[in-house]
Design a protein around this ligand. Structure first.
Ligand code: NAP
Length: 299
């Protein structure tokens, strides 16, 4: 349980509702700001105006998926009021407390560093990334279905990258009966993909495998689907780029060639906010509980 643990949650979207629910269930003292436009009550949480005093004595500050923008503004879909996280806010937090966000921009990182407050980026964690790969793959499939006139079954699909997202993407496509080529750079990934019945190739040979592809799902966060690759693709090909902005595709050239290519960021929060919220809530509550036990507050 999180009895006695003080949590401040600022802004966010539907995912945060799951986080609030879970923390309240565990008996944490949850104060929230940025939900004044929400029409349903937030059981177990106290709604408050954003102010410096909210930061006094807290054990954890929970921020949205992208903690703040480059100027400290906290995105809050349920509020029109601007919340800007400043040095004077973080400076009021006790030294044992932590800041949690999906990911952080340099602004938030330096704010935490300057004040010696630990920052935890949840999307960096393997467990969260692996769980998130499930709604990501489902969302990517949804886009593929919407933008093609063929079935996934029987399609020739290519997944670039065999990390946490690429692995799930490849297996999901395989489960639907696609022929799945996987671009890897490590020999152990090549071996694993071969063992799974996928068709691995080394990314350095990408050009040679590009000729007759229906769908490309990119998970490599660097320019990989270049103009040279796109030039070799059949015109029916669809590129779904899952890598973080700006993606790994030459979108300008794809458009020029008339090939459908789309960047698809933030799929878990779009296609499955409840599941995505539960993934964050489960991980967060465990981390906060571990911290609380370390401080000797375990109940
Ligand atoms: P990951 O586990 O680190 O996997 C990345 C993969 O890309 C690995 O296989 C890695 O190879 C490969 N790679 C990286 N740089 C490469 C390069 N220069 N050349 C060849 N291969 C390279 O990351 P992840 O969790 O799967 O996430 C992948 C991307 O998707 C990230 O940008 C992430 O932010 C994004 N993402 C997007 C969504 C969405 O909704 N669109 C959801 C989740 C994640 P090695 O294993 O050899 O390093």
């Amino acid at each position: 349980m999180l009895t006695g643990v003080q949590v401040l949650l600022l802004g966010g979207d539907a995912r945060q509702l799951e986080v609030i629910r879970k923390l309240s269930e565990l008996d944490a003292a949850v104060t929230v700001s940025g939900f004044d436009g929400l029409h349903t009550p937030l059981d177990g949480a106290v709604q408050a105006e954003f102010s410096e005093q909210l930061f006094d004595g807290i054990d954890a500050l929970l921020l949205p998926a992208v903690g703040t923008d480059d100027h400290g503004v906290i995105h809050a879909v349920f509020s029109d009021r601007e919340m800007r996280l400043l040095d004077e806010h973080i400076a009021r937090m006790p030294k044992h407390s932590k800041v949690y966000a999906g990911m952080a921009k340099p602004y938030l990182r330096s704010l935490c560093e300057q004040n010696q407050i630990e920052l935890v980026e949840l999307f960096d964690r393997d467990d969260v990334a692996i769980y998130n790969s499930i709604p990501t793959a489902e969302g990517a499939l949804m886009m593929a279905i919407q933008h093609t006139d063929i079935t996934i079954h029987g399609s020739k699909s290519m997944v670039l990258g065999f990390g946490r997202t690429g692995f799930t993407m490849a297996r999901t496509l395989q489960g639907l009966g696609a022929e799945v080529l996987v671009g890897v750079r490590r020999s152990e990934h090549f071996a694993r993909a071969a063992e799974m019945g996928l068709k691995p190739f080394y990314i350095s040979n990408l050009l040679a495998f590009t000729g007759n592809i229906d769908l490309i799902f990119n998970t490599i966060p660097t320019m990989i689907v270049t103009a040279q690759i796109i030039a070799k693709l059949p015109s029916r090909a669809v590129i779904i780029d899952l890598a973080s902005k700006p993606g790994g595709t030459d979108f300008r050239f794809a458009e020029k060639r008339g090939i459908k290519a789309m960047l698809a960021p933030g799929l878990p929060g779009i296609v499955a906010p409840k599941t995505a919220g539960r993934i964050i809530a489960d991980c967060l509550s465990q981390l906060i509980m571990d911290d609380s036990i370390k401080r000797g507050n375990g109940q």
